[in-house]
Design a protein around this ligand. Structure first.
Ligand SMILES: Nc1ncnc2c1ncn2[C@@H]1O[C@H](COP(=O)(O)OP(=O)(O)OP(=O)(O)O)[C@@H](O)[C@H]1O
Ligand SMILES: [Mg+2]
Length: 646
């Protein structure tokens, strides 16, 4: 009995299960990489201070290279102005030394001041020159920055738009792309930081040079002051970068939540289903998690800063002791000691900002490195451009035992499928949700390459064809077609942007798809912006958008038309009309691949293919499939037909 009571009591006092976090509830798991993975991922980050110091010239060269490619004049202006400032500063220090020597000379005060005047004039001239050059450099840097940002963005975006669809859908590549997007901003900031670092380096070098001239022992002392701060800076930069990497997806999800709360298309459910307070609660919880991480970083950074500051402080104190010893033993005169104090003061001040800037430069460079890595990955997975030209529209497209599995799935989405489509024919793909129709259409369009089997266009394997010339023949009305946030005209023009906005062709396409009636009601006709997020933009209904998708397809005038649920949102009359026109395209010599759940619209197809779990279960004409006892097609067809039975 007491054992049972004990068990019950233990059960009652057992710690409650860990509360589900916002990550768990909304996204099915934590969106923060654990540190183990972060360590593994960032193996290349285990860098020493020296290795980092060695990277500075490389970083400077890389940014300079980028700047060189966009504006050589501005870059040369910055370089000359910075070098001039360094020389001016060194010259100023030497002139200061001469002023001090004259002032400390054994002569009457008036004479000493008079003797110091020319050198004083040189000091003033040097600082005026430095000030002018600083502003010139600032102006040229301001000109360079946006150009470098643009160059970096284009450097990333160009290969990305040319990469295989499978690469874009690869979660690892997506993560890299997220980080790389920070890289374009980083490139911009790197210009400014680079200038600051070079400026500080030159000033430091000139102060160091002057110190070495004054007495050689002062130079190593300066290095001793610099070292702890440098090490601390690298430590902090690495820590921050790792944190951002680990929290990247968490950050994205948090931004996404904030966006969802204010977007238009979420507004109805946010209100009616009270999703707003629910998401806001999770947003706050996720933000708090992020704040804890920020606090941890700030604490760690303060501790590192304290240790580095203490190290530099001790080295500075030691330097002044050395200076005192040199002075009292008569190894340097008072004027030299005075100049040395000024040089050390200036250089330690410079050092403070230098360390901060190197720190930032290093951190930004890590993101820029991700941009470069993303570019390399995108280039590696580029759609090949070296195949033979497709030329004329294909007479026959053939799939031979094609199998395709998505990288993150175990079962194939398309499994051992063989079929042939001839020019002027309509084939229909039917099947339940998830049976592989859209995937098969993307294989036919050359968007995915089969894992097994092959796809041929007039007998040539598509891997041997220049894919851009293949795409030029394909018109894809995708199931999730784009609602471009552009004007009505551009929404049609993007069917084939390279032909330009030919008014006749746009009007014909609009009329074909019955989008002309929609356009007639738009406040500015074809010039109306189809995005309510901007002033004067308008919202279209789902069906009106579908008219635009069809108009875009017609404008493209491709010879292989893949229509994936092209009429799902159309009203009954528009749907019948649309299918009639799609059939006319086949009569005009196009190849039509039609995917639809409306069995009635597939009945006119030359061949109907029924997909089931990725495999080709049945094929034949409407009449043959309907007549086949127990056929899947007949069951789908009759299910729909029965709904209209009295
Ligand atoms: N990008 C993707 N990555 C991973 N799996 C995918 C992807 N797209 C589709 N799938 C999976 O592949 C299978 C086939 O999907 P597909 O979109 O081809 O089906 P479908 O026949 O077009 O379905 P529906 O009738 O709903 O449009 C499904 O199990 C789906 O979950
Ligand atoms: Mg589909």
């Amino acid at each position: 009995m007491s054992g049972l009571l004990g068990r019950i009591r233990r059960k009652a006092t057992a710690p409650p299960a860990a509360p589900r976090t916002a990550d768990d509830e909304l996204f099915g798991g934590r969106r923060v990489l654990d540190r183990g993975f972060a360590r593994h991922e960032q193996a290349g980050l285990q860098m020493s201070f020296l290795a980092m110091a060695r990277r500075i010239p490389h970083l400077v060269a890389r940014t300079a290279g980028l700047a060189w490619s966009v504006d050589r004049t501005a870059l040369c202006t910055v370089a000359a102005a910075e070098a001039g400032q360094g020389l001016g500063a060194a010259f100023g220090l030497l002139a200061t030394n001469r002023v001090l020597v004259r002032l400390f000379a054994a002569a009457p005060t008036a004479q000493r001041v008079e003797a110091a005047l020319p050198s004083l004039a040189w000091v003033a001239a040097a600082s005026a020159l430095v000030a002018v050059l600083r502003e010139i450099s600032k102006a040229a840097t301001g000109r360079l920055e946006p150009k470098v940002e643009r160059a970096a963005a284009v450097q990333l975006l160009r290969p990305v738009i040319g990469a295989e669809l499978a690469a874009i859908e690869d979660p690892e590549f997506r993560r890299l792309l997220d980080s790389a997007q920070y890289g374009t901003d980083a490139a911009r900031r790197m210009v400014h930081l680079n200038v600051a670092v070079v400026n500080a380096l030159i000033s430091l070098a000139s102060a160091a040079g002057v110190l070495a001239v004054l007495h050689p022992v002062l130079l190593p002392m300066l290095v001793l002051i610099a070292l702890p701060k440098g090490c601390g800076a690298v430590r902090s930069a690495r820590r921050r970068y790792r944190s951002i990497q680990a929290w990247l997806e968490h950050l994205r999800k948090r931004h996404q939540l904030a966006g969802l709360l204010i977007e238009q298309h979420t507004a109805t459910e946010i209100r009616v289903h009270a999703v707003g307070p629910y998401l806001l609660r999770h947003f706050e919880a996720m933000s708090q998690e992020g704040e804890d991480e920020q606090a941890r970083l700030a604490r760690a950074e303060a501790a590192t800063g304290l240790a580095a500051g203490a190290g530099s402080g001790i080295a500075t104190a030691a330097t002044f002791v050395v200076l005192g010893v040199l002075l009292t033993t008569g190894m340097i005169p008072l004027a030299v000691a005075g100049t040395a104090v000024i040089a050390i003061r200036t250089s330690t001040l410079q050092l403070g900002s230098f360390v901060g800037q190197v720190n930032q430069l290093y951190e930004e460079s890590l993101f820029y490195t991700d941009l470069e890595r993303a570019v390399v990955r995108a280039v590696e997975r580029a759609i090949p451009r070296d195949g033979s030209d497709v030329g004329k529209p294909p007479d026959e497209i053939r799939l031979e035992n094609v199998t395709f599995t998505y990288p993150d799935r175990s079962a194939p989405a398309v499994d051992d499928v063989s079929l042939t489509v001839r020019r002027g024919q309509i084939i229909a793909l039917v099947g339940e949700n998830g049976s592989g129709k859209t995937t098969l259409s993307k294989l036919l369009a050359g968007l995915y390459m089969p894992d097994k089997g092959r796809i041929t266009w007039d007998g040539t394997d598509i891997t041997d064809l220049d894919r851009s010339s293949l795409f030029a023949h394909v018109t894809l009305i995708a199931q999730d077609f784009m609602r471009w946030p552009f004007t009505a005209r551009t929404n049609i023009l993007v069917g084939r942007p390279d032909v330009g906005p030919d008014p006749g062709r746009i009007d014909r396409a609009a009329a074909y798809a019955e989008a002309d009636a929609v356009i007639a009601e738009l406040p500015k006709g074809l010039d109306t912006l189809l995005d309510r997020n901007y002033s004067e933009g308008v919202n279209l209904s789902g069906g009106q958008w579908q008219h635009f998708a069809l108009a875009r397809a017609k404008f493209r005038e491709g010879s292989v038309i893949i229509a994936d649920e092209p009429t799902a949102a159309l009203d009954a009359r528009s749907e019948i009309a649309a299918f009639a026109r799609i059939r006319e395209l086949a009569a005009d010599g196009c190849t039509v691949i039609l995917i639809s759940h409306r069995m009635a619209s597939c009945r006119h197809a030359d061949t109907i293919y029924v997909l089931h779990h990725g495999r080709l279960a049945e094929q034949g004409t409407h009449a043959a499939l309907l007549a086949r006892p127990g056929s899947l097609y007949a069951s789908y067809y009759n299910l729909q037909a029965d709904q209209f039975a009295p």
